[in-house]
Design a protein around this ligand. Structure first.
Ligand SMILES: [Zn+2]
Length: 116
């Protein structure tokens, strides 16, 4: 059964998961690579380690043992700006395949499963 258009727009398919290794293919941090820390499927965004770092000014808070100054923090990057890494091919498009009763993500280039 085919999904209606409204369903497709409402529930965007997200093929990136936590702990995936991704590469930034466009934008400010193009070329950077990192591990996915968190995915926000509703926004189509993710936090990727060491990618889209933004500086945040922090007030010292002695009670919580926080030193003042500038802290760096990841900010969300659009999932359309990153690609999943295949160990053999590098950044690739994701395909899907059913193995047994499991649906797995595969590399569209070499066909290897991308699940760990
Ligand atoms: Zn591959």
């Amino acid at each position: 059964m085919a999904a209606t258009t409204s369903e497709t727009t409402r529930r965007r398919r997200v093929d990136i998961r936590r702990n995936d290794e991704v590469k930034v293919i466009t934008g400010r941090d193009k070329g950077k690579q990192g591990r996915v820390l968190r995915v926000f499927p509703d926004e189509g965004k993710a936090l990727v380690e060491h990618v889209m770092m933004s500086k945040k000014h922090v007030r010292p808070n002695p009670q919580r043992n926080v030193k003042g100054g500038i802290a760096e923090q990841e900010s969300k990057i659009s999932l359309s700006n990153v690609m999943l890494m295949c160990g053999a091919c590098g950044p690739v498009r994701i395909g899907h395949e059913t193995r047994g009763d499991r649906k797995v993500r595969i590399c569209k280039k070499c066909g290897t499963t991308l699940e760990k």
